[in-house]
Design a protein around this ligand. Structure first.
Ligand code: S3P
Length: 423
């Protein structure tokens, strides 16, 4: 372990990425203004802002708040340029749902990583609703021929909040009701926000959502809670670095996102929740203390609730005293990198006993680590970069992480927060 790796103190993490994207999107489609506080100014959310500006929406950005001057569902303008989604899967999939119902053609593109990610998952339902989408082998760049959409009943083959949200946003513009059925409940921020912006547009049941079109959206004030997926780096760090004791304030604890907390508790981590606020998106202060950790298993039904935290759970497993198994996580192969393969490659450099499965890993945390290769690689994936940085706190020799600046995608101030907890 590096000297002075112990983490202690209290921080707040930046705003939730998923909620920040949605506040811009629903704000733009509303009548009236939407004021957003604690908005996440990361590269992905800035991509979403840029796209809406190119669709004719005025968005003011001051240090205190973001103001979106909504134009209404029918008020977007045809873009004069290609819509650049950068690295952002959430921007691409959600905004494609919006564009599918507009009376113009848009061309959507992104960076090299985004251009490898699967788009068939949105092309299928949006085409069923009547949209015509051209995409070579279902990858970006994609041309969306917006049209009058029809309501559908859609049973989703994979639990994905991005796909669900794309269909919801398309369905708001359809000529009839749309029913969406999810195999396992994924994050429900779009539904929660829509209930506030346009209560008559949505009916929520357990695994089923019904969208009623033709209701206007009204601009709202949105306060974005801290991102649990960013807090997770320090929750896991505090659990695994001996002697640590960390509190993270105002973390969003929407139950569709808190899978990481359940697994930490199962692994025996000392975790307490205080100052809970209720409301549309609940938040709380979370405190973690380092303790001995037990091995654990995670299976498919839990994955949607912790999908972005799986690299960190692999790290937790690598410090738990026994064999842990994570399965049902095949969706990780389609993220900013193939996170299953990349975690196995990079963890082996740290001498972690990890075995790759088609849909996850087996990790024996009882075996000591031994550094095989100090040149770690983020594979330009923000969550891998930060997971490796946390892992490096437990390595007693210096390591480098290639393309570490990919953290700007979701957590540009990660290094500052880490430094605060190490000082
Ligand atoms: C997100 C949904 C998840 C998640 C991504 C953000 C969202 O993707 O991995 O980081 O904001 O809807 P899937 O819905 O594709 O699983």
């Amino acid at each position: 372990m590096q000297t002075n790796s112990r983490l202690s103190g209290t921080i707040s993490v930046p705003g939730d990425k998923s909620i920040s994207h949605r506040s811009i999107i629903l704000g733009a489609l509303s009548n009236g203004t939407t004021k957003i506080t604690n908005f996440l100014r990361s590269a992905d959310c800035i991509s979403t802002m840029g796209v809406f500006r190119n669709l004719g929406v005025q968005i003011d950005d001051t240090p205190a708040e973001i103001t979106v001057h909504g134009v209404g569902i029918k008020g977007l303008q045809a873009p004069k340029v290609d819509l650049d989604m950068g690295n952002s899967g959430t921007s691409t999939r959600l905004i494609s749902g919006v564009l599918a119902g507009q009376p113009f053609v848009s061309r959507v593109m992104g960076d090299a990583s985004l251009s490898k990610r699967p788009m068939k998952r949105i092309i299928t339902p949006l085409s069923e609703m009547g949209s015509e989408i051209d995409a070579v082998e279902n990858h970006l760049p994609m041309t969306i021929h917006g049209t009058q959409l029809h309501g559908i009943q859609y049973e989703m083959p994979v639990a994905s909040a991005q796909v669900k949200s794309a269909i919801i946003l398309a369905a708001l513009q359809a000529d009839g009701d749309t029913t969406i059925i999810e195999p396992v409940k994924s994050r429900d921020h779009t539904e929660n926000m829509l209930e506030r912006f346009s209560p008559d547009s949505i009916e929520k049941h357990d695994h089923q959502i019904v969208i009623h079109p033709h209701h206007e959206l009204a601009g709202q004030a949105v306060h974005v809670p801290g991102d649990i997926s960013s807090a997770a780096f320090f929750l896991v760090a505090a659990a695994i670095v001996p002697g640590s004791e960390v509190t993270i304030q105002n973390v969003g604890i929407n139950p569709t996102r808190t899978g990481i907390l359940n697994v930490l508790k199962r692994a025996g981590a000392s975790i307490t929740e205080t100052n809970r606020t209720t409301g549309v998106e609940a938040s709380a202060d979370l405190a973690v203390k380092a303790t001995e950790l037990k091995p654990f298993t995670v299976t498919g039904h839990e994955i949607p609730g912790l999908v972005d935290e799986v690299p960190l759970l692999a790290l937790l497993a690598a410090r738990a005293n026994g064999v842990s198994k994570i399965t049902g996580a095949e969706e990780l192969r389609f993220k900013e990198s193939d996170r299953i393969s990349v975690i196995v490659t990079e963890f082996k450099k740290l001498g972690i006993a990890i075995e790759e499965l088609p849909d996850g890993f087996i990790i024996d945390g009882s075996k000591p680590w031994h550094l095989n290769d100090a040149k770690l690689n983020s594979h330009k994936d923000h969550r891998i970069a930060m997971t490796l940085k946390i892992a490096s706190l437990l390595v007693d020799q210096p390591v480098t992480i290639k393309d570490f600046d990919s953290i700007k995608i979701s957590y540009p101030t990660f290094n500052d927060d880490l430094a605060k907890l190490r000082s």
